[in-house]
Design a binder for this molecule. Structure first.
Ligand code: FAD
Length: 409
């Protein structure tokens, strides 16, 4: 039995343990994770690690000594399948039971699967874990051509890796633009050109009806227009399904993920949830529920839960942010752009260094900054302060700092 039992040895789970100890928590803390590894960093899996520039030891989120030194007990290779809230026990896939005082559910999500014929063929992969990244690296070594289903950030980072390896690659996206869920058409178009110029075959408004194989191995995809695309490696990047089944079975309120309050509590007494699986009322979404999949979100939520357990006041919420690296292009996004009524471009798109500032009723709610670290740094403050301005001021200020200065923020 642990006073605090954390399910999921990923980023959010590890951060809860770290923050509890940093906050002086002296009770027993346990973590159960289903992967064979200690907690590691996922973003490099589609970036530096995939390309072989970041080594495996560099992925570790904590040194080997951390768990021993802080008395956090880490159990790997076990999947928690059941929660019994009346007895405050969980059961794993070996039938072993673990007791808890308070439970923190930090199980992340699993790649959404395709439900079309051929989806189970060999050579059809997805990317969430270190094991997945190793499989992709190995398969890419002998691939003659690859297809990526889904034009979101992970799919596009993968496309960039394939071009790095000089493997012909096609990106198949169901929407009529790339990154449709997360950005505006201006930024989508920029990424489309970037990938096209790198030699990626981008197919928009395209579906996949079937994957076809030879001797059990994928060799192509039948697209919705009836055409056959040749590919001996297919990667499915169509989003994440939150891992919340044991919580849903015991009646926890779930919508898109498990619902949590501003302290990270689920609707079941003694159970918190954090990270990619948690759907929270977000102060930067006007209090609406959002489920974010990002490192800064997982870190912030973990700190919130640790504070709640420690009985400490919560810090004021920071604007959500995210980054992506593709080729030499670094995107940094801050804020939530849903509901914007103006998208104002700063800088020259053709130069590869620009920003898009999103306004709602004249208030800065979000920015997409492409190779523009300075705008990102200022933009964070603009979003945090909810600064009111005009499209002209945003477009023409040599430095967004002048807008901040003008409102005294
Ligand atoms: P995870 O890190 O997924 O950890 C959850 C852990 O729980 C996993 O190890 C899982 O296997 C385990 N688990 C699941 N179910 C059970 C169970 N029943 N019992 C026990 N263990 C279980 N974010 C950014 O901000 N920027 C980026 O550039 C970026 N790039 C990314 C690239 C890739 C390839 C991926 C996959 C993600 C990327 N992300 C990025 C997202 C970021 O990594 C996640 O938001 C973050 O890891 C979420 O942390 P988490 O702890 O909620 O989930």
């Amino acid at each position: 039995t642990s006073d605090i039992l954390i399910v999921g040895a990923g980023l959010a789970g590890a951060q809860v343990a770290v923050s509890l100890r940093q906050g002086g928590y002296e009770g027993t803390v346990g973590i159960i994770g289903d992967e064979p590894h200690a907690p590691y960093d996922r973003p490099p899996l589609s970036k530096g690690y995939l390309r072989g520039e970041v080594g495996r030891p560099d992925l570790a989120l904590k040194s080997d000594d951390f768990f021993g030194d802080t008395g956090v007990e880490l159990v790997t290779g076990r999947t928690v399948t059941e929660i019994n809230p009346a007895d405050r026990m969980v059961t794993d896939d070996n039938g072993e039971r673990f007791g808890y005082g308070q439970l923190v559910w930090a199980a992340g999500g699993s790649p959404r699967r395709l439900s079309i014929p051929g989806a189970e063929l060999d050579g059809v992969l997805s990317l969430r874990s270190l094991t997945d990244a190793d499989r992709i690296r190995e398969a890419a070594g002998s691939a003659r051509s690859a297809a990526i289903i889904g034009g979101g950030h992970i799919g596009l980072e993968l496309a960039a890796a394939f071009r790095h390896w000089n493997v012909p690659v096609t990106v198949i996206e169901a929407q009529d633009r790339l990154l449709a869920r997360v950005t505006c058409p201006i930024v989508s178009d920029y990424y489309h050109s970037l990938h096209r110029n790198a030699g990626v075959d981008v197919r928009l408004a395209a579906g996949v009806d079937e994957l076809v194989g030879e001797d059990g191995r994928v060799c192509g995809a039948v697209l919705s227009d009836g055409s056959l695309l040749t590919a001996d490696l297919v990667i499915v990047g169509i989003g994440l399904v939150p891992n919340i089944q044991p919580l849903a079975r015991i009646g926890a309120s779930c919508s898109n993920g498990v619902d949590v309050d501003s302290d990270g509590r689920t609707s079941i007494a003694g159970i918190f949830a954090v990270g990619d699986c948690a759907n929270r009322e977000h102060p930067y979404a006007g209090g609406s529920r959002v489920r974010l999949e990002s490192v800064p979100n997982a870190t912030e939520q973990a700190k919130i839960v640790a504070n709640a357990i420690l009985g400490q006041p919560q810090a004021s919420p920071a604007p959500p942010w995210f980054w992506s690296h593709q080729y030499d292009t670094k995107l940094q996004t801050v804020g939530l752009l849903a509901g914007h009524d103006e998208a104002v471009v700063r800088g020259d798109i053709g130069s590869g260094k620009f920003s898009v500032v999103y306004l709602r009723n004249g208030v800065v709610i979000a920015l997409d900054c492409i190779n523009n670290v300075r705008d990102f740094a200022r933009g964070k403050l603009l979003v945090q302060e909810g600064v009111r301005t005009t499209a002209d001021a945003v477009r023409e200020s040599a430095d967004l700092k002048f807008i901040l200065d003008s409102v005294g923020a």
